[in-house]
Design a protein around this ligand. Structure first.
Ligand code: NDP
Length: 326
């Protein structure tokens, strides 16, 4: 089959487009999906560079959309899934024509929802939803700082937070990106590539200059220290990614300065059970069906262009969701 193999860690050059990869055999608890699209996520770059260790050779890609063509070795309907179902799935090895996907994290696309939109909202949407529900349950009227607000997770956070009645302070590296964040619900805009004193600016926006109730930070290394200064007493710092590099080791005693809550969550530990996964996914897709969530697709790149896809993402050239046509 066609697919992209990574045999060693490195830059985008280690992504090798192949046409002779073996079609995987679905094991117990898996379904074989013929993919039409794969979703790009920043985490793909962490496995490529080795920031997150994983066994190589490896096919990257955490999510896809396609059709179930066979069931795993148990050969019985899994999680109510059947051959012929159009599904989105979350797991591994998505940059390929076929993926043996975990049935537990495979979801049949509801009637009326376009498969492309379902995938474009999927992993990043579940991330945004679980962060605002569980990492810091956001309440109406709270001040919330969203870094990289024009990114995949960022735009969805802006929309969901606005719908919750929160005041969103968005950061991004360009005027165009900030305009997009505004269209998606951000109320206050800061270009963190140009702003000399980000902390002062954020404090100035918040009532009494006390800081925000919560920061959602997928940028990591370059923003973490400022985050500690911008969160108010008893507020939350939710660090959920490393786009600028990993946050260095941190002495927890520093949290006592304001009794801060510091969280480092990952989506997969919010959707470990089938019930958790389906509850969030059903809600996410219903938002789209009800016209309450607007999904911005930056572009759909052909699989053969996989190196350019990673280059563009890491060069901060993309906004919203990036898809890959298989
Ligand atoms: P994005 O579309 O948000 O792309 C990353 C963005 O980060 C860039 O567009 C850029 O926006 C910003 N950025 C800041 N500094 C850098 C830098 N030095 N190099 C590159 N980009 C930088 O990606 P995703 O939506 O896929 O992911 C966003 C974050 O959320 C990532 O850290 C990802 O790992 C994390 N994540 C975590 C999950 C979890 O379960 N914990 C699940 C999903 C995502 P700008 O130019 O505006 O600065």
């Amino acid at each position: 089959m066609r697919g992209v193999l990574v045999e060693k860690v490195g830059g985008p050059e280690v992504l090798e487009f192949k046409t002779d990869l073996p079609v995987p055999k679905p094991g117990a608890g898996e379904v074989l999906v013929k993919n039409e699209l794969a979703g790009l996520n920043y985490i793909d770059t962490y496995f490529r560079t080795g920031l997150y260790p994983s066994k190589k050779p490896e096919i990257l890609g955490k999510e896809g959309y396609g059709t179930i063509v066979s069931l795993g070795s148990d050969e019985k309907p899994l999680q109510g899934l059947s051959v012929g179902d159009k599904v989105v799935w979350m797991g591994g090895s998505g940059y390929a024509e076929y993926t043996a996907a975990p049935a537990l994290h495979t979801y049949k696309i509801p009637d009326g929802l376009d498969g492309k939109l379902a995938l474009a909202s999927f992993l990043q949407g579940l991330t945004a939803l679980s962060l605002i529900r569980e990492a810091h349950p956001v309440k109406a009227g709270e001040y919330v700082l969203v870094h990289a607000a024009a990114g995949g997770v960022g735009l969805l956070l802006c929309q969901m937070l606005k719908a919750t009645g929160a005041h969103v302070i968005a950061t991004a590296s360009s005027r165009e990106k900030l305009d997009l964040a505004k269209k998606n619900g951000a109320e206050f805009l800061i270009n963190y590539s140009e702003e000399k004193d980000l902390v002062a600016k954020v404090l100035e926006i918040t009532p009494g200059g006390q800081g925000v109730d919560v920061v959602f930070d997928g940028v990591g290394k370059s923003t973490f220290e400022d985050d500690l200064l911008m969160v108010k007493r008893k507020g939350s710092l939710v660090s959920f990614g490393n786009a600028s590099g990993a946050v260095p080791p941190f002495a927890i005693s520093r949290l006592t300065a304001k009794n801060l809550r510091l969280l480092r969550p990952t989506l997969f530990n919010y959707i470990t059970t089938r019930e958790e996964f389906t509850t969030y996914t059903k809600e996410l897709f219903q938002f789209i069906l009800d016209g309450k969530l607007d999904i911005k697709i930056h572009d759909t790149y052909p699989l053969e262009d996989i190196r350019r896809v990673h280059e563009d993402l890491e060069a901060r050239k993309t906004t919203g969701k990036v898809l890959i046509k298989i």
